[in-house]
Design a protein around this ligand. Sequence first.
Ligand code: BTN
Length: 318
Amino acid sequence: MKEKIINHLRRIDGFLSGEEMSKALKMSRSAIWKHIRHLRQDGYKIEAVTHKGYRLVACPDKLLPEEIKIGLRTKILGKKIVYYESIDSTMDIASQLAFQGASEGTVVCAETQAKGRGRLGRNWASPKGKSIYTSIVLRPKVLLNEVSGLTLLLAVAVSKAIKLTAGVDARIKWPNDILVNEKKVAGILTELNGEMDRVNFIIAGIGINVNERKKILPEGASSLSEETKRKISRICLLQEVLKQIEDQYLIFQQKGFSSIFDQWRELSITLNKKVKIIESTGFIEGQAVDIDNQGALLIKKKNGTIVKKTSGEVIHLR
Ligand code: BTN
């Protein structure tokens, strides 16, 4: 209902009386007043003047569902959006919702995370109100060994969304770190629930450093505002991320991964580089020559043998 009220106010350039709103939205004037109070608590600036009514003065800079949904150009992703000011991790909530049967495309967003998590058991720094922390429920009909392809799909989508919204060249470090000017600005974590050879659901977790100051980010990381020297709309960026993921996801459902992998190759900064891959058991060095048809990285070692890597930390060597 809050969404309906705010959309109604947004359409009018001036005051809208309580009576007009009550007729249009078929609710009592006291119920409208109650929702206006809640909207103000969310950060909307709404003027109320006796005999004139209500006027929307300003919208909050928050990832509120009612803000994201305006102008969202998707059919599946973001039809349901769950929002938290603060949460341990959006991954946990999205996973709980998926277990309870949440439909594909359900999105969980938060302004800050107390226990944001990254790949390889790391933390994901999640300072408040300046970045994007989101997890999306996907229910792809894929085999377990195809899931790595999906993580590359997400990287392609996020990289394209950043380029379209912030106007910067966003490149992919294998498998799915997003770098601008060789500094990490976004990371993607995919967690899956499945049995033997069947995927029940995947949670696609995306963290993008949007308007954060570099000095409070981990070493080697940056934010889009630092790299572009301008403030980026988190709402527009998230809308574009959802649109790009949906577009790529539809391409994958119709044609498989081949065109996604081609896009990944074009956006990659890992291919053709000398790399060191660090795993729990040790490390290997070589030239990153390609990805295979499941998204694994192919490394050519000094002795000419090609090894395939499906996980691990990549370091680009000079
Ligand atoms: C990485 O290590 O690069 C992946 C980082 C993924 C971070 C995002 S932020 C939203 C979601 N919630 C989490 O706890 N992690 C992911």
